[in-house]
Write a protein that binds this ligand. Sequence first.
Ligand code: RIB
Ligand code: CA
Length: 311
Amino acid sequence: MNKIPVIIDCDPGTDDTMALILANKIENFDLLAVTTVAGNVICDYTFQNARNVLSYIGAEHVPVYKGAAKPMMRELKTAPHVHGVDGLAGVELPQSSAPVETEAAWDAIYRIAKEQNGELVLIAVGPMTNVALALTKYNDLPKYIKRIVIMGGAAIGGNVTPAAEFNIYVDPEAAELMFTSGIPIVMCGLDVTMKAYLTDAEIERIGSMGSKEAKLFHDVEQKALGFYRTLGMNYVAAHDPTAVLFASDDSIFTGEEAGVHVETKGKLTLGKTVTDLYSDAQFDDHFVFIVTDVDRDAFVKKVTQLMESYS
Ligand code: RIB
Ligand code: CA
C-alpha cells in the first residue's frame, strides 16, 4: 500500500487527542511527526500533551516538535471551558520518556516536506500559526506540500463568535496567509464537523471496548460532553477527527471548490472565513475544497473500527 506521508499540527486539546488516537491506527498514514501550537491551551501543555498521548498509545516513536507560543500578531485566546486548563480535561497520563525534540515546528515541517519530495500532507487542526510561520520563513515551502487538510473555519456560522470558528479566530492573519499560499487546502469547517458528531452513547460504547486507548478516547471527551449538554446537546462534534479521517479517505464526505479569505479587521466578523460558496460574486482564487457534508453512519463506523483495532 502506498502510504500518505503525514504531519499533524495540533493543539491538544481533547478532540486533537481523539484525532491522534485515530491517526495512529490509520493504515494508509505514514505519521512522520506531530507539531504543536498554542490554542486550546498554552504551548507548554499542548507540547507535553502530544508527547504523553503518543507515548500512551504506543506511538512514542513519532517525534513531536514544539511550535508557536502565541498567534503571529495577537494575544493568545484559549478554551479551558472545553479542554480544561491542562488541555486533557483533567485526564492525567504518564510523562513520556521519548527524547525531547528541540527543532522548532516550522523548521521540522519544512525539512520533512522537502524530504518527502512534495508528497507531504499537512493536517492542521489548531490555529494555523505554525503553518504561517513555516510559509513566512521558507518561501519555497508551497512546492513541497501536496495539500493542507485543516479543521477550521465555517462557510456558515461560528463557535467562538457567531461569525468565527476557534482555530481561525485565534490567529486570523496566519489563516489568511495559509489560504493565499497557493497550496491546495481542504477546509473541514463547522459545516461538516458539526455533522460529524459522536453521541454520548457512541462514546460510552468506545469506552467499554477494554483497551486503555479506548478509555482515554472516552475520558477526554467527558468535559466537552458536559459543556455541550449545557447547550442542550447529548453529542460532541468530532472536529479534529473529521480532518484526519478526510485525509485518509474522503469517500464519505462531500464538498465544493471555493474561494476563501479571512476577515482580519472586522469588529463582529474577526476570524470569519469568507467564502464565495453561496455567492454570485466570486473570488479570483479557488484554492480551497470546502467540505460540507459527511455520511455520519460511515463516519461512526470508521471511528469505531479504528478504536476496536486497539483491542
Ligand atoms: O473549533 C474547534 C477547533 O478548535 C478544534 O480544533 C478544537 O481542538 C479547537 O482547536
Ligand atoms: Ca484542535
